[in-house]
Design a binder for this molecule. Structure first.
Ligand code: PLP
Length: 412
């Protein structure tokens, strides 16, 4: 079967909306357009019914009660509501003072967790940013060592969006419950791909996003535990009091229905998809490691999501590699900031050197990825790396047995 170009292998950035999700959403724009807050006519009731169904679909996917689901605009908002909302609710001192409480997170969290934590640091909270191991994992022991008497919140992502590594979430959750500390996890890359049960896994607050699981952009949810323990939050957006006062604003009904349908489909297809995606990932990793030396797959070998791989290629420059493989949409290990190309802070946190971080690719598979696409991508990458290395004097020196990392460059 021939492949159609360009190939999309960037599902960790966003996914195509499943046509079955779009079909479920369409009536909410036209016939069934009521405001679920309208309590005195059938337009409102129909719309409310649609939201109720979606709330149950989301809850079912993660083992929650529908009452524990708060709809938001996506994982960024869910993270902000969880982290700022819990910090402010459980603060030990009033606003304006220092020593308001201690928060534990990790250096390689998504910016949508790091930046709210940094904001809270400015507002009088202490924050510990844990350094992961070179395998990228955050373990229960790391969290336990960082715990203090005044720790009020732990926020650790379930699986990392750049390298796909899976943290010890159930164990960290159990530790937090022992210590009476609120536990939040950004599960945006995990939910829908891997079996999730917030009760079993000791999670208090969980963020998820529709567009990472074949739903629409701009909608997500926050799970807020109601029993053992009951977790309370301070709202960050105020107004009409929707979502039990935790998230005011007329509900994005079509988006919410799309999220619900996306959750239902993920639940149905999870087992088979997990196997299929893992095969695709291994296929690409095996092909590349069989043909190229001086590469490394970043992050723990097994404790990883089935669909994400992150590979560093020595002696090539990341942007040249991306250019050479532009028929395949992937992410590089560099982030464009206004002035320069910064190596990924996630890879840096694992101790990957700047050169290797710059020459990294994240490949992420999804529902419509095929073996042919995986092979095409692997072959293109192998060919491009080979060509770029032919032009690299450093690679020649490496092949002659010279340790290029020991060369002292004359920079004048
Ligand atoms: C994509 C992503 C987010 C942001 O989600 P939005 O819904 O786009 O706000 C947050 N955390 C992780 C881990 C992500 O992968």
């Amino acid at each position: 079967m021939a492949v159609t170009l360009p190939i999309y292998l960037d599902h960790a950035a966003t996914t195509r909306c499943d046509p079955r999700v779009v079909d479920a959403m369409l009536p909410l724009f036209t016939e069934n357009f009521g405001n679920p807050g309208s309590r005195n006519h059938s337009f409102g009731w129909n719309s409310e019914d649609a939201v109720d169904t979606a709330r149950r679909q989301v809850a079912d996917l993660i083992g929650a009660d529908p009452k524990e689901i708060v709809f938001t605009s996506g994982a960024t908002e869910s993270n902000n509501l969880a982290i700022k909302g819990a910090a402010n609710m459980y603060a030990r001192k009033p606003a304006g003072q220092t020593g308001r409480g201690h928060i534990i997170t990790a250096m390689h969290e998504h910016k949508a967790v790091l930046d709210p934590c940094k904001r809270l640091e400015k507002e009088g909270f202490d924050v510990t940013f844990l350094e992961p191991g070179t395998d990228g994992l955050i373990t229960k022991d790391m969290v336990e060592s960082a715990m203090r008497d005044d720790t009020i919140l732990v926020t650790v992502m379930w699986a990392n969006n750049e390298i796909g590594t899976i943290n010890e979430i159930p164990e960290i959750g159990a530790l937090c419950h022992d210590r009476g500390v609120v536990f939040h996890t950004d599960a945006t890359q995990w939910v829908g791909k891997m079996p999730t049960d917030v009760k079993r896994d000791n999670v208090d607050l969980l963020s998820l996003s529709a567009h990472k699981m074949y739903g629409p952009k701009g909608v997500g949810a926050l799970y807020v535990r109601r029993r053992r323990p009951r977790v309370r939050l301070t709202a960050i957006q105020e107004g009409g009091g929707q979502e039990r006062g935790l998230r005011s604003g007329t509900l994005n009904v079509s988006g919410i229905v799309g999220l619900g349908k996306a959750c239902e489909l993920c639940a149905e297809e999870m087992d088979s998809e997990q196997q299929r995606l893992l095969k695709l990932r291994k296929r690409v990793e095996d092909k590349i490691s069989a043909s190229l030396d001086v590469i490394q797959v970043n992050g723990h070998a097994d404790k990883r999501l089935p669909h994400i791989t992150n590979i560093s290629f020595g002696f090539v420059e990341g942007e040249s590699l991306m250019m050479a493989v532009k028929d395949v949409a992937m992410s590089s290990g560099s982030a464009c900031t206004s002035a320069s190309l910064e190596p990924s802070y996630v890879l840096k946190a694992l101790g990957v050197g700047d050169d290797l971080a710059h020459s990294s690719l994240r490949i992420s598979f999804g529902r419509w990825s095929t073996e042919e696409e995986a092979d095409f991508a692997a072959d293109k990458i192998i060919e491009a790396v080979g060509k770029l290395r032919e032009l690299s004097p450093l690679f020649d020196m490496h092949n002659e047995g010279i340790d290029v990392s020991k060369i002292e460059w004359n920079t004048h």
